[in-house]
Design a protein around this ligand. Structure first.
Ligand SMILES: [Zn+2]
Length: 143
């Protein structure tokens, strides 16, 4: 999935809780891709993301449920809806990436690859399915 798809989906899902949750979910939905220097967040700190990509690899630790839990626990000092948004954003990223043929190693280092290979990143299908659904959820949150 593209960063903008992750952001919109995280924003939309978080908006079901509150607007602070929407913002934190949107931002956090970009975080798992810190493990690749080609991502939105990876380009911001490319030496770090490059090092992670070369040592741990893309869609491994940072796309696992363990990383989601660690980030959520690290944000417990934030208001509840904001930290819940963090969890929603991070998990939404992992689940959306599971729809990519490459899948995610959700229980890394356990060699189980969660993959429901229906959407290629950047494909027209991504735009036709993910973005309109996210916009509808977002509109539901506004109304
Ligand atoms: Zn990803």
């Amino acid at each position: 999935m593209l960063g903008k798809s992750h952001f919109i989906a995280g924003l939309a899902l978080g908006s079901l809780i509150s607007w602070p949750a929407a913002v934190s979910a949107g931002i956090t939905s970009l975080l798992p891709d810190i493990d690749t220097h080609e991502s939105t967040v990876g380009r911001l700190i490319s030496p770090v993301s490059w090092a992670i990509e070369k040592t741990i690899g893309h869609r491994n630790l940072f796309h696992s449920i363990w990383a989601a839990m660690a980030v959520y626990l690290a944000c417990q000092f934030l208001p509840y809806d904001v930290s819940l948004g963090v969890l929603i954003g991070y998990v939404s990223h992992i689940l959306l990436d599971a729809f990519n043929p490459a899948g995610v190693r959700i229980f890394w280092p356990v060699p189980f690859n969660l993959s429901i290979p229906v959407i290629q990143a950047g494909s027209i299908l991504e735009y036709l399915m993910i973005v309109p659904i996210a916009v509808l959820i977002l509109l539901k949150g506004v109304i």
